[in-house]
Design a protein around this ligand. Structure first.
Ligand SMILES: [Mn+2]
Length: 314
């Protein structure tokens, strides 16, 4: 029912704006491009918006990636949010008069759309969006399939997160049967690193400290290091998962200064819930992957703030 209502809104719209979250990941971009490819194939007028000037270039193999814009079109009468737990994740405010469809898998999603297609049990928004295609019996082209598969693969951390289940593999199987190559996608997504990344990585790893008998690991990146190496911090985001791989570590935290405050990425394993840490600092996310911002431009101060919270509450 809800899937049909969403399709009706799409068919009735004159111009659709598909919006993705700031600091985009593969899930938000893949969902937007899955829709975009379907819209192109069916001559549905639309644009895909992301506020950032620089997008993750490892996703540039996805069809229509080059059409993503940071400009807001003059007219649009439907907004589709993908992978955004709330409206502000996009970094731009739109008029409340415009109809909204909201596809997501964040538990904290506040149902801001007139149609909300949200399933917190799914490992990715791409898996949620797949259900929209499936229930409406829409044609999924190879290009659209590649987008959906990429979102599922990346947001499930290569099929390793707890929410990755039988249905994830069933959907992936159906997408692979449409002709895409899992090995090709994995290679394009994960094996095109810059040399600069490997100049920056040792510096970040040098910052590694263990706390609370080794249960919590912290790392940080300094702005000077980015300048020295020419690397973008996003190239090194996976370093937080790397230190989480240390056997005794349950929580890994990555600090970096951005626009006068410190961004904090928190990852966990062994069923440790880190949402309360992020929530305390007005952030959000999932049980085992969350993020927040500390109001200081000093990474050491931010580190103390977060470790103090953990000491008293986790
Ligand atoms: Mn996601």
């Amino acid at each position: 029912m809800i899937y049909k209502q969403a399709l009706k809104l799409i068919e009735d719209a004159h111009y659709i704006l598909v919006v993705t979250h700031i600091n985009p990941d593969a899930d938000t971009i893949s969902c937007a491009l899955a829709l975009s490819n379907y819209f192109y194939e069916n001559k549905i007028k639309h644009k895909v918006f992301n506020k950032m000037k620089r997008l993750p270039q490892n996703l540039n193999f996805l069809s229509k990636f080059d059409k993503i814009t940071d400009q807001i079109p003059k007219f649009f009468d439907l907004i589709i949010y993908v992978d955004c737990a709330n409206k502000s994740r996009v970094g731009v405010e739109f008029s409340d008069d415009i109809k909204v469809i909201n596809y997501d898998h964040h538990k904290s999603n506040d149902n801001f759309g007139i149609i909300n297609i949200i399933d917190e049990n799914k490992a990715s928004s791409a898996e949620v969006l797949y259900q929209f295609f499936k229930h409406n019996k829409l044609n999924i082209s190879k290009q659209t399939a590649e987008c959906l598969y990429t979102g599922i693969y990346d947001d499930s951390l290569k099929f390793s997160t707890p929410r990755c289940d039988e249905s994830t593999f069933k959907v992936s199987n159906e997408l692979v049967s449409l002709g895409l190559s899992p090995s090709d996608i994995a290679t394009k997504l994960t094996r095109r690193d810059s040399l600069a990344k490997y100049r920056l990585l040792p510096k970040i790893l040098e910052s590694l400290e263990l706390h609370f008998e080794g249960k919590v690991a912290t790392i940080y990146v300094k702005t000077d290091w980015l300048e020295e190496t020419g690397a973008d911090y996003r190239e090194c985001e996976d370093v937080v998962n790397m230190v989480l791989n240390i056997a005794i570590v349950d929580i890994a935290i990555f600090f970096r200064v951005s626009n006068g405050s410190t961004r904090v990425s928190i990852r966990s394993k062994n069923d440790v819930d880190v949402t309360s840490i992020a929530a305390y600092f007005d952030g959000g996310g999932h049980k085992m992957a969350a993020g927040c911002t500390c109001k200081t431009s000093d990474v050491f101060e931010a580190k103390d703030m977060v470790l103090n919270y953990i000491k008293d509450n986790i």
